[in-house]
Ligand binder design. Structure first.
Ligand SMILES: [Zn+2]
Ligand SMILES: [Zn+2]
Length: 263
């Protein structure tokens, strides 16, 4: 807790029988082509996240939600680790710590395996849908105004667009139509995955001195914000600079000094 004052996470696993026909009849455009050629057998983990604000005086308020899917084939040798590597990038944006992400992924996989054995409805399915509910709670601190707490809520607005989020598993990461060269795209994704990230914490919010405001969105860093430097040492919100690099045509350079990103 001490390492991320003002935030809490909760998660749970469940099944929703209404998802069975969806995941077993819908064509999966997001599956890699080689896998489409063979029958897909595995788990579809539907991640349903709620972003909440917990204030001192009022009930918790849901600020936003998001949903994404991680498909895990049980036919590959490293399937137990697949889910973890697929969702780590996004869950790091939720400020979940590495160990927590690892536990969540392995508990989810255990739940799915048990369910496939114990639950007759799921035993013969090709694709077992499992619901992973995650609550990302921003907690108002002593002496902090509700407005300030609201200003640092983790929600989709301060993260990379979900369709651009680099996932290394089955979900195909967004690729801009202008970027046909797969090698450049892969290089960009690797660059983005390895960008250093500094998380603004309570104790160093004033002393970081890394940036007064983000040159892309023109907003200052709040507690909980993730900041990243480009090699030229200019700092940005991580989600702002990643989207800049992945989305903007021919702008594979620093928005401030035009330093070129070579991938
Ligand atoms: Zn920004
Ligand atoms: Zn620069």
């Amino acid at each position: 807790m001490g390492s991320r004052t003002g935030y809490e996470h909760r998660y749970s696993f469940s099944t929703d029988d209404e998802l069975i026909p969806f995941y077993n009849t819908t064509p999966f455009e997001y599956l890699d082509k080689p896998l489409l050629k063979q029958q897909f057998k595995g788990f579809a983990f539907e991640i349903r996240t709620r972003f909440l604000l917990k204030t001192i005086l009022d009930d918790d308020v849901i600020i936003d939600t998001e949903k994404f899917v991680s498909g895990v084939p049980i036919t590959v040798a490293d399937c137990r680790d697949w889910l973890e590597s697929d969702i780590t990038y996004r869950l790091s944006e939720y400020w979940m710590l590495k160990d927590e992400i690892s536990s969540l992924a392995h508990e989810a996989f255990d739940f799915a395996e048990r369910n496939a054995v114990d639950n007759p409805k799921y035993a013969s399915l090709d694709i077992n849908p499992i619901v992973v509910g995650i609550d990302v709670v921003t907690v108002q601190l002593e002496g902090e105004t509700v407005n300030d707490a609201r200003g640092r809520v983790i929600s989709p607005g301060c993260m990379i667009r979900l369709d651009m989020c680099p996932m290394v598993g089955l979900l195909r990461p967004f690729r801009p139509p202008w970027l046909n060269e797969v090698d450049i795209w892969k290089g960009l994704i690797m660059f983005v995955l390895h960008l250093p990230v500094v998380r603004v914490r309570v104790e160093n919010a004033d002393r970081l001195g890394l940036m007064d405001e983000c040159p892309i969105c023109l907003r200052g860093p709040t507690i909980g914000a993730r900041l990243s430097p480009l090699p030229c040492k200019h700092f940005f919100h991580n989600h702002c600079v990643v989207q800049w690099l992945l989305l903007e045509k021919s702008k594979k350079s620093c928005p401030v000094c035009r330093y070129e990103i070579v991938v």
